[in-house]
Design a protein around this ligand. Structure first.
Ligand SMILES: Cc1cc2nc3c(=O)[nH]c(=O)nc-3n(C[C@H](O)[C@H](O)[C@H](O)COP(=O)(O)OP(=O)(O)OC[C@H]3O[C@@H](n4cnc5c(N)ncnc54)[C@H](O)[C@@H]3O)c2cc1C
Length: 347
């Protein structure tokens, strides 16, 4: 392959992952972000890499599945190259099952997961007592245990990618001129630019708040999803709880009683967390496209340039595969982007 120049605008998880994959494939890459790595949505603390339910399969679920499978090798490579931990671990997830109907549904999904997840991961209904003291209380006595879910630490993951890029000679600078092919991975700012240009909603921001507790559940402890709350034990002796989802807000960065309510739900689901100190409260804006799917491909405003945006609630989970398809497109002219992820889906 001839040496290709790539400029990535935006040093969130999408931009950094794309820069990394392009650099790994031999491109000469630069990253430009006025605020540095992980300055916006990607600088948070939750980091659940959790699959969609294994049923009604579609391109989005298949793409996310591929990405979750790719993640293990992706993060190992990043950590090894840059020498910093991203906090990645495929530690699985437990979900309490509330009633007989949910139990029946969970059992049906056991069968569909066996097929759709191709033997690469399991979704199982298991008696709670089988899973030791970390298993969440469950009204039926059963929980769903899946082995596909992983966790990583968003802020650390951005730092790990920045270190790996530096080790390969890729510069991340606050400003600079474009060089070669340009990919815009500018999160909410990029979607707002499209909305302003087209005079209708193409995408925007959904605020989220999360909290970090000092609680060491152990390095292998699975994350918990209960009462719509993610409880994510990190590798560093902390535990994240998230998140709110707010379409309307006045202040992007503040945290408030809505986060208190999420923490309360987490404590109700996992009483063992009572008394753990809250060491950080954090808020950020998720980039959400009108279609709710990622927006990947030719940039709607800049001919010959590309966009990678719309990670919304699962940007970290999608990043390895997003990086792969963008690198395929930009470096090799191979377009493997699902139809639903093309910019037109939101225009
Ligand atoms: C509370 C909360 C919890 C979340 N939990 C999870 C989770 O558990 N799992 C998960 O997978 N996802 C989660 N997400 C979603 C995830 O954080 C986002 O999908 C992801 O961070 C989006 O990444 P991005 O790179 O597209 O955008 P961003 O991280 O917002 O990055 C965009 C970057 O572009 C830069 N920029 C803006 N304008 C320009 C310009 N003109 N030129 C150059 N650079 C520019 C900004 O400075 C910024 O650094 C969560 C989000 C929130 C808010």
């Amino acid at each position: 392959m001839a040496m290709v120049d790539v400029t990535v605008r935006g040093a969130g998880i999408f931009g950094l992952s794309i820069a990394w994959t392009c650099a790994r494939r031999g491109a000469r890459v630069q990253v430009i972000d006025p605020f540095g790595p992980g300055a916006e949505a990607s600088g948070g603390l939750v980091g659940a890499l959790a699959p969609h339910v294994p049923e009604n399969w579609n391109a989005k679920k298949a793409f996310q599945f591929d990405s979750l499978i790719l993640a293990e090798g992706f993060w190992a490579d990043v950590e090894q190259t840059g020498g910093l931990s991203a906090g990645y671990g495929r530690t699985g997830r437990l979900q309490p099952i509330a009633d007989d109907r949910a139990l029946e549904l969970a059992r049906a999904r056991e069968a569909t997961a066996a097929e759709l997840w191709q033997g690469k991961a399991r979704w199982q209904v298991r008696p709670r007592l089988e899973l030791g003291p970390w298993a969440p209380p469950s009204a039926t006595g059963y929980v769903i245990h899946d082995t596909l879910t992983a966790r990583m630490h968003p802020r650390r993951a951005c730092a790990a990618l920045a270190a790996a890029l530096a080790a390969r000679g890729v510069e991340i600078t606050p400003e600079g001129a474009d060089r070669g092919t340009v990919i815009h991975a500018t999160g909410v700012a990029g979607l707002e630019e499209l909305t302003a240009h087209f005079g209708k909603v193409v995408g925007g921001a959904v605020k989220g708040q999360g909290a970090l507790l000092r609680f060491d559940a152990g390095p292998e402890a699975p994350q918990i999803f209960a009462d719509t709350v993610h409880i994510v034990p990190h590798a560093d002796g902390t535990l994240a709880i998230g998140s709110t989802s707010e379409r309307e807000f006045d202040d992007a960065r503040s945290t408030d009683a809505q986060l208190d309510a999420v923490i309360e739900r987490a404590l109700a689901a996992m009483p063992v967390l009572h008394g753990a100190a809250v060491i950080e409260r954090w808020a950020g804006l998720r980039p959400r496209t009108k279609s709710r799917a990622p927006m990947l491909g030719a940039h709607p405003l800049y001919p010959g340039q590309y966009i990678a945006n719309g990670g919304f609630k699962i940007g970290f989970g999608m990043a390895p595969k997003v990086a792969e398809v963008l690198a395929d497109l930009v470096l090799e002219g191979r377009d493997t982007i699902p139809q639903e992820f093309r910019p037109e889906a939101s225009l």
